[in-house]
Unconditional design. Structure first.
Length: 161
């Protein structure tokens, strides 16, 4: 068994020349405050219930809706819904200042609906909104269904600057 060869280095203090430039000081780049939201900011958030649609066994039904958003509860008035017809609601169901990290909003929304026939529909849905356009609005569609009954809710989420 032979021993590994040893090589002596001469001029060990010289640096090897490479194609990489030497590392200099790093200068921070200034960023505008408007276009930057990497750390997150507290922004006003409002959610509107814009439309509701009903499909089920009966042609007309009277419903009450309850939305639970971020420890707040909004309950609607009695609303008559016709089978397959969209009803424009345009009701503000939530307005609060929330922490919005990285230009996006993630939260849970709980929706409960009950009608005059004793049907109760419940769901918990994730709600995501992004600040992408000039108006900062996003639409979200929620669906509650059980057996032959289905409710569709369209909500508009707005994050103010």
């Amino acid at each position: 068994m032979s021993l590994a060869q040893q090589t002596g280095f001469e001029n060990a203090n010289q640096f090897a020349k490479s194609g990489i430039a030497p590392v200099g000081s790093i200068i921070p780049v200034s960023r505008s405050k408007q276009s930057n939201n990497h750390e997150g900011q507290v922004r006003p958030v409002s959610i509107r219930l814009s439309e509701v649609m009903f499909t089920g066994r009966v042609p007309i039904s009277t419903w009450t809706f309850a939305f639970a958003i971020h420890n707040k509860l909004w309950v609607s008035d009695l609303t008559s819904l016709y089978f397959g017809k969209r009803v424009g609601m345009n009701k503000l169901i939530y307005r609060e200042k929330l922490f919005v990290p990285d230009n996006r909003l993630d939260m849970e929304i709980g929706v409960t609906a009950y009608n005059n026939f004793g049907d109760v529909l419940c769901s918990s849905e994730p709600m995501r909104a992004f600040m992408l356009n000039d108006k900062n609005t996003t639409s979200k569609l929620f669906r509650l269904d059980e057996d032959w009954t289905q409710l569709l809710f369209k909500c508009d989420i707005e994050i103010a600057r």
